[in-house]
Write a protein that binds this ligand. Sequence first.
Ligand code: AHG
Ligand code: MN
Ligand code: MN
Length: 343
Amino acid sequence: MQKSGVGITITQHILNQQRQYPEATGAFTNLLNELIVAAKVISREVNKAGLVDILGSTGEINIQEEQVQKLDVFANRVIIERMQHIGELCCMGSEEVADLINIPSQYPKGNYILLFDPLDGSSNIDVNVSIGTIFSIYRRTNEGSDEVLLDEVLQRGIKQVAAGYFIYGSSTIMVYTTGNGTGVHGFTLYPSVGEFLLSHENIKIPEKGKIYSVNEGNYNYWDEKTRALVDYFKAKDKETGRPYTSRYVGSLVADFHRNLLKGGIFMYPADLKDPKKPHGKLRLMVEANPLAMVVQEAGGYASDGQGPILEVEPKELHQRTPLFIGSKRDVELAEEFISGKRS
Ligand code: AHG
Ligand code: MN
Ligand code: MN
């Protein structure tokens, strides 16, 4: 049976949502539409990555001291160039850029802030495994002012007005939410037509899953609580559906998307591998917060092990955080282990 509205274009869907807010100016719709164009350009480039001489690293190191791949640079540039001129943003923040990205003075400014991970899972580019783009949108807090301060950007995840991701996989899919009960919706790109069509209406994550996703190679870098948690998922117990099965792609968007649809938990815990990164690898503002908003709207939960990700007060743009995200009951259980309430 066909679900209501399945097959409508994303543009139509955004416009339908906008109509529910008579006070809406269209600014947000304009912003999202332009972001979709950027993602289509990135998707096209990702799809032909094996055909053209774009593979391999540029030899540069990004500000997080990780190897930058050419497609990261490309995706970062496409998003900045497309988004800076539309007049809806006051600034941007990217995983690939150390400081806030200002809107050049020749363009009009708006009241939204766009934070993004231009290409997530970049170690998978060369091996044809799913990668993605993650985005997070806030309203600025000081609308009158000419200058945008970092303080305006460092808002808790709960303040996001929209968040989502594009996954460049067997198909290109966009998943996004504007929160507040509007639901999480997925749109699949119909490549020859160039349109995203509604394919996953009102996604709900199962309350409990059967999958755990974690880089278990880090086991010996974890503390005892984290080891106990992962041991728990692997232990045999018929009543609680254990052992769970393990799935780990190594692209957060891909691991997250699978667990969103099937249920389960993704974890990137704190580890002792690199003393410079005591909070694990993932970034609060461009990875954890947007996916936390999506998962919460879908009925799931995201925690840093102590409490909700969406309540964390950010102190810096590139702050890292441990992340436990997915089915509500699985993540609550993880939180009990990590916060020491259970062992
Ligand atoms: P990015 O490619 O944007 O730097 O992010 C990579 C992240 C994330 O996508 C993934 O979950 C994680 O790195 C995998 O890390 P490990 O290789 O340490 O498991
Ligand atoms: Mn990433
Ligand atoms: Mn990235």
